[in-house]
Design a protein around this ligand. Structure first.
Ligand code: MTE
Length: 349
């Protein structure tokens, strides 16, 4: 991924009194003086190994600070933002667990990719507070018998909410373990009654530069778009998430609804979705459009196929020091490998 490195900005420690949701007023005057983000794309988009290490150490240091605060070694007020979610809770039954340590709420919500709010890892937490997530509607249309527009409050109640702990592997070679709240995408799509000729599902993020300042830059073509084959979309692991850590999604994580496909690289997890369209053609996807030689449509986690500029064989779990091996399909192969029987995964990356 042509990851612009927002030099320095992502390593700047957050002020401990910073609002978890990044509700600070945007500093537009300052932003306009910055060079266009696209210019920063001259660097490898993703962390080089050294940068990834720095980031992992940095985040780990934050975890240590949290531990110190909990142990009473630091004034509690000094690290108020290290607390868990303060957003409205969602009642959900845990249906899927993982015998791996959860990534801290603080890291999950302050180490983000959401280019509509900036290209630095901490920009989304800082800038996404301006996003209005109510009223919000999701449009489902295209090759369906029953196109529909669903209000977010209704959408949250359509099916029983489940908590599912999934690994998330970013194409930048870092990973997290996140307890998502939501439900499978399949039943939602079936509400619209897809036509027999529908073969793919296209997703679209809100397009509103007034609320999403990153959309005023040309770092990507907007709106952010993603796609799945229909059988991938209907797979029971594929999830529409409306929350994490038992509460509604923070804006920086893609409120009010996002896609979670745990066997694919994180960039498939399109955020703040406003439209889902059933189609008979493979839809364009944002990162493939931006760098087709680096990011394919499928984007299945595959340690055997390196990114042209770095290895995908291992990953750094945020909060850990040692690298760990990356698992084929991110460890979900037993459930999903059958979707790709007969497909050359080196060519269909
Ligand atoms: N969705 C939109 N609309 N815009 C983005 O920039 N970034 C993607 C994905 N979804 C992105 C997006 C990438 S590259 C990743 S790795 C994940 O979101 C990150 O999700 P997280 O910030 O919740 O960890």
């Amino acid at each position: 991924m042509n990851r612009p490195r927002a030099k320095n900005s992502h390593r700047r420690p957050l002020g401990c009194n910073q609002n978890v949701l990044g509700n600070e007023p945007a500093d537009d005057a300052h932003r306009q003086k910055e060079p266009p983000v696209l210019i920063r794309i001259t660097d490898p988009a993703h962390a080089t190994e050294a940068e990834a290490t720095d980031e992992a150490l940095y985040l780990n240091r934050r975890s240590v600070l949290t531990g110190m605060a909990l142990a009473g070694l630091l004034p509690t007020a000094a690290c108020a933002q290290e607390k868990g979610p303060t957003l409205p809770r969602l009642a959900a039954r845990r249906t899927r667990n993982l015998n791996e340590t959860l990534t801290s709420y603080d890291s999950v919500t302050h180490y983000n990719n959401f280019y509509e709010f900036g290209t630095g890892k901490e920009d989304p937490a800082r800038n996404a507070g301006r996003l209005r997530t109510r009223p919000w509607t999701l449009r489902i249309d295209g090759l369906v018998n029953k196109p529909q527009t669903i209000d977010i409050d209704r959408l949250r109640r359509l099916f029983p909410l489940e908590e599912r702990v999934y690994r998330m592997r970013c194409v930048e070679a870092w990973s997290m373990v996140i307890p998502w709240v939501g439900y499978p995408l399949g039943p939602l799509l079936k509400l619209a009654d897809p036509l027999g000729k529908a073969k793919y599902v296209a997703f679209e993020t809100l397009n509103d530069p007034a609320q999403m300042p990153g959309q005023r830059s040309r770092v990507l073509k907007w709106p952010y778009v993603e796609g799945l084959r229909l059988d991938e979309a209907l797979h029971p692991l594929t999830m529409i998430a409306v929350g994490l850590y038992g509460s509604i999604l923070p804006n920086q994580n893609g409120a009010p609804l996002r896609l979670v496909v745990p066997w694919k690289y994180g960039f498939k997890g399109i955020k703040s979705i406003t439209r889902i369209r059933l189609t008979d053609r493979m839809p364009p996807t944002s990162w493939n459009r931006s760098a087709p030689g680096e990011y394919g449509f499928y984007a299945n986690v595959n340690p055997a196929v390196d990114h042209p500029r770095w290895s995908q064989a291992s990953e750094r779990r945020i909060g850990e020091f040692r690298k760990r091996k990356t698992l084929p399909f991110n460890g979900y192969g037993a459930e999903v490998a059958g979707l790709y029987r007969g497909l050359d995964l080196a060519r269909n990356y």
